[in-house]
Design a protein around this ligand. Structure first.
Ligand code: ADP
Ligand code: MG
Length: 404
């Protein structure tokens, strides 16, 4: 059971661990970056040269490093470029998304970071990460693909699942936030206006195939999410039925898998059961629809958040290649890791570099690798939806009219 969450600003340097400056701690909280960034009493956009650092300690009392400092479990240097340039207060910069507060009247108010606003603008940038390191080169169209795939799911196979989307259409977003008209290239097609929620501190992972950290857990202990699996399974074998294998949101890339009982301890049995049932339902619909397009949806991660009215909403990105493993059916063969439909060119290239240790700073990506990756993302959209990205018209959401 996590006992203390701390966040701080960490200087981006190899010796950064020496300059930890905590700015918030909260007992009995597993909350990670998003929660702190979105709910902290002051603006948390890091100063130039600094990164947001989030650490969640487990166990009681919290463990300390050798010199008596907190043990740091997550250090995420943030890229300094990208779309941070909208006339709105930037609340949080994730590996891929920039999250802005949308003040009620649409004006860019400096205090929107301190007052909770009912809406957020999520901007999916073209940043790409591999081995948990964000590359310097943007991948053209990647942000649009992620945004529009989420939109497509939420307006087709998942249209009855309560979710945060208010608008994806540039005309509607411009009406809600007139200041954005001045910089269309920075957000059109990649931004979504959403209802702001309090994200639940659990990643709702569903696995239909044995891969990644699940394969590792199984190989080491014969279990997944603490439950025993049949013996003799091979890497990438199907899991029937699919398994809810939640994790904490404490760390990127190396999220800690937790059991369903731990989710129930954190959130209550009722909410935990609802999360599991909803996640499995969405995954099964996604698996069926992707399967029709020749895509194996091996696993995926959902996030949910609660509104002040107590509604449970599906938030963040949904069934995208960044939040899921998409495998091309034609190359599927159990007993090994599978090639992915999207970032494979980046991973393959990085694996050819004997001197890179898969830590920051990232090596430069050659233009042909960037182009091949961009092409892959566009193809995923086309293959899944049957529509060319440029021809896709996002539908209207928000029939209840809650847009600002
Ligand atoms: N409707 C919402 N309300 C509050 N937070 C949200 C909502 N939708 C997404 N988020 C948060 O915004 C962040 C998106 O940024 P992202 O780049 O995906 O971050 P990360 O690097 O942590 O994956 C996530 O932390 C997610 O929890
Ligand atoms: Mg994310």
């Amino acid at each position: 059971m996590p006992s203390v969450a701390m966040a701080g600003l960490l200087e981006e340097s190899p010796t950064a661990r020496e300059s930890w400056t905590p700015f918030r701690s909260r007992t009995k909280s597993p909350y990670a970056g998003a929660w702190i960034a979105l709910n902290a009493p002051r603006r948390v956009e890091p100063a130039p040269g600094f990164a947001i650092l989030i650490d969640v300690h487990r166990g009681h009392p919290p463990p300390h490093g050798e010199q008596g400092r907190p043990t740091l479990t997550r250090h995420t240097p943030r890229p300094r470029r990208g779309n941070g340039a909208l006339p709105l207060p930037l609340l949080f910069r994730g590996k891929v998304r920039d999250v802005y507060a949308v003040p009620d009247d649409g004006a860019a108010q400096a205090d929107a970071t301190t007052l909770p606003t009912p809406h957020l603008l999520l901007v999916a940038t073209d940043r790409v990460s591999a081995f948990d390191v964000v590359m310097r080169e943007p991948v053209p169209d990647k942000g649009r693909v992620l945004t529009q795939i989420t939109t497509w799911w939420l307006s087709t196979h998942l249209s009855d699942i309560p979710n945060h989307l208010v608008s994806v259409r540039p005309d509607e977003i411009r009406r809600a936030v007139p200041g954005l008209a001045a910089c269309p290239e920075a957000w059109e097609g990649r931004a979504t206006l959403v209802r702001r929620t309090r994200p639940l501190p659990v990643e709702c992972v569903v696995r239909g195939y044995l891969s990644g950290s699940a394969w590792k857990e199984y190989r080491e202990s014969g279990t997944l999410a603490g439950e025993r699996l049949p013996p003799g399974l091979a890497e990438s074998d199907p899991l029937v039925p699919a398994i809810f294998s939640p994790s904490t949101k404490a760390q990127e890339g190396h999220d800690e898998n937790i059991t369903f009982e731990q989710v129930a301890d954190l959130l209550g049995g009722n909410l935990a059961s609802r999360l599991r049932a909803r996640s499995l339902d969405i995954y099964e619909r996604g698996r069926a629809a992707a399967g029709e397009a020749g895509i194996i949806l091996a696993d995926t991660k959902f996030e949910f958040g609660t509104t002040p009215d107590g509604d449970l909403l599906l938030i963040d990105e949904v069934l995208t290649p960044d939040s899921s493993r998409f495998w091309p059916r034609e190359h599927y063969a159990p007993g090994r890791a599978q090639p992915s439909l999207d970032k494979q060119p980046v991973r393959d290239y990085l694996e050819t570099l004997p001197d890179w240790d898969k830590q920051y700073p990232p090596p430069p990506l050659p233009p042909d690798v960037v182009a091949a990756t961009s092409e892959r993302y566009r193809n995923v959209f086309q293959r899944l939806t049957g529509t060319d990205l440029d021809a896709y018209e996002p539908p209207r959401f928000d029939p209840g009219g809650t847009a600002p």
